[in-house]
Design a protein around this ligand. Structure first.
Ligand SMILES: Cc1ncc(COP(=O)(O)O)c(C=O)c1O
Length: 394
């Protein structure tokens, strides 16, 4: 087969390949980024589904508008205004097949082969998979406890002034994989940079609902007076990832272009689940479910943090996130977490090696640990197994 050039940059996600090895139920896996099955509102979905079929049966089983059903867009606009201080109108939002689709549509309408995308290091590996198909180059910016180092970003933009930098991708809240949250000062600086150098920001808030300490975390989009920010969010972490429901908010013209691009991809997002989600959001059922999920995950995070403190060797450190689904762990430099993965599988425990999340060759001694999809009573045992193999390597 004579494949297109773009397939050269479309590598199979290392994570998916590695995680195939973890299908064995005796392995305690901190690898995948999945919500707990106990977080799904199964009974609620059952009840709403019946009502949707009674009230909107034919429409729910039919093709629908590419932009998504109006009532769901309205319900999301109302909720974003209340919980995220984001104001937008109906022409500035479309429903997508997961927020993953937004990570495909944005480069689809903005990137020519060879253009530049700014990413955090580390960043969400699924975003890299989506971007890679459009053959971009990357400018990778380091992070510290306040998130992306915006000073470094500005220096690199100045240095690369002749290059077409098309957008800056950030996950400012409980980032995947690092769990770091960007400070308000950095968010403001990032927005200033975006305006000064005319580079849009793609703000991905996938984890902002999973917040365990009642912090007030204003999104960059809420400060965005001049439509510099393309904002995406998802119902995957607070309803169901299987529903594949996300959305994007942005400037009207860009949203129109994205709707046209989406039409060529899937015509429309699943109508039945849009109707279900509409009731879930409009009736405030989401507001009852989210606190339950937060409570469940906070407990799991605490168990994992305690176990790391107890078992992990000196010279390792990890983020102590106030939300999200992950803990990012840095081990002593001599440990290569990709090489160690085989030992971990033998010891019946799994994680994701850090290098998979970095486009700049860093992260080799790091690993991402997911705490939401492991039963409480297995978390300590998993960390104990992991600590043992790390100590053996040291
Ligand atoms: C940061 C981030 N963005 C986007 C997504 C895509 O999620 P979905 O397509 O389920 O909305 C994920 C999935 O884990 C993620 O971690």
């Amino acid at each position: 087969m004579k494949y297109a050039d773009r397939t050269n940059s479309m590598k199979a996600s290392e994570i998916r390949e590695l995680l195939k090895l973890t299908e064995d139920p005796s392995i305690i896996s901190f690898g995948g980024g999945m919500p707990s099955p106990h977080s799904f509102p199964i009974k609620i979905v059952e009840n709403i589904s019946k009502r949707v079929l009674e009230k909107h049966g034919a429409q729910a089983l039919q093709y629908g508008p590419t932009e998504g059903i109006t009532s769901l867009r309205q319900a999301l606009i109302k909720r974003m205004k209340k919980t995220r201080e984001i104001n937008c109108n109906l022409n500035q939002i479309i429903i997508t097949t997961g927020s993953q689709q937004v990570l495909d549509l944005v480069p689809k309408v903005l990137i020519n082969p060879g253009d530049y995308i700014v990413v955090e290091s580390p960043t969400y590996v699924g975003a890299l998979s989506a971007f890679n198909a459009y053959q971009p180059n990357y400018i990778s910016i380091g992070m510290d406890s306040e998130g992306m180092k915006t000073g470094e970003l500005e220096d690199k933009i100045k240095y690369n002034r002749d290059k077409p930098i098309k957008f800056i991708y950030v996950i400012p809240v409980f980032q995947n994989p690092s769990a770091i949250t960007m400070s308000l000062e950095r968010k403001k600086h990032l927005l200033e940079i975006s305006e000064d150098y005319d580079i849009p920001i793609l703000e991905d808030e996938a984890y902002s609902e999973l917040e365990y300490s009642r912090e007030r975390l204003s999104p960059i989009k809420s400060m965005d007076k001049n439509d510099r920010v393309i904002y995406t969010h998802t119902l995957s972490k607070v309803l169901s990832p299987g529903f594949r429901l996300g959305w994007v908010v942005g400037e009207e013209d860009l949203i129109r272009k994205m709707a046209v691009a989406k039409q060529g991809t899937d015509l429309c997002t699943n109508m039945f689940v849009q109707f279900i989600a509409e009731e879930y959001v409009r009736l405030g059922l989401i507001d009852k479910q989210v606190p339950k999920i937060r409570k469940m995950y906070k407990k799991k995070r605490d168990i994992m943090l305690k176990a790391l403190e107890k078992y992990f060797p000196e010279g390792s450190c990890w983020t102590k996130p106030n939300g999200g689904m992950f803990i990012w762990t840095s081990l002593p430099e001599k440990i290569n977490t990709k090489e160690m993965f085989e030992d971990a599988i033998k010891a019946k425990v799994a994680y994701v090696p850090g290098a998979a999340f970095c486009v700049d060759g860093s992260g080799k001694n790091c690993m991402r640990l997911n705490f939401t999809n492991t039963d409480d009573d297995k978390i300590e045992e998993g960390i104990k197994r992991l600590a043992k193999i790390i100590k053996e390597r040291l």
